[in-house]
Write a protein that binds this ligand. Structure first.
Ligand code: 218
Length: 185
């Protein structure tokens, strides 16, 4: 890849991270149960440009929460897990990027959808695993009286995880069907 290409992709990375952050700023309707809209551009970008740029975009998305004062701080390790580790993990969708690109170039929409959905599943599950863990360790005081912290964290983060996954898959498949050139590396 030429120097010009890689600097263009770095600019794209910053733009995608900012777009994800601006979607995170939209008012949420159901608190921590709300799906993460910013995950949509992030997984699409990771599948297009690959793992390294995806992880970098996720990290920048996480860091932007600090700059904009949108971090919910309970403790140092909670913030590290939820805003650096968890957000960076969204870029793991790039793990299947090569397979996705190969099959997309061959024109096989069904196989490329399979690889994309696999990448999205890995990224969303691992991200929300970290939120689940942080929920058990750091957020248990917020659980309704008598409810196990595991069940509470699973209900909150499991719902957000499921909704985020469904949204990412539906919108990604729509882009793949109608504007697949946007997703080609
Ligand atoms: C049970 C519980 N409540 C709240 C949180 C915090 N949390 C959950 C999901 C996503 C994010 C990142 C910002 O959107 C945060 C901080 C939790 N982990 N568990």
């Amino acid at each position: 890849m030429s120097k010009k290409q890689s600097s263009t992709i770095l600019v794209e990375t910053a733009i995608v991270a900012s777009f994800a952050m601006s979607l995170s700023l939209l008012p949420d309707l159901a608190g921590w149960f709300t799906p993460s809209l910013g995950a949509i551009p992030l997984v699409a970008f990771s599948l297009k440009r690959g793992l390294r740029y995806g992880l970098l975009a996720g990290l920048i998305w996480g860091l932007l929460h600090f700059i904009l004062g949108r971090v919910y701080y309970l403790s140092f390790y909670q913030v590290l897990i939820e805003y650096l580790l968890a957000f960076t993990c969204m870029g793991l969708a790039g793990l299947t990027s090569h397979k996705f690109q190969d099959t997309l170039k061959k024109g096989s929409l069904l196989t490329s959808s399979f690889w994309a959905i696999l990448g999205i599943t890995i990224a969303v599950l691992i991200r929300y695993f970290w939120h689940f863990l942080a929920g058990v360790i750091f957020w248990s005081d917020y659980a309704p009286k008598g409810m196990s912290p595991y069940l509470y964290s699973f209900m909150v983060n499991g719902s957000a995880c499921g909704l985020t996954f469904i949204l990412c898959v539906i919108i990604f498949l729509a882009i793949l069907k109608f504007q697949s050139k946007l997703l080609k590396n």
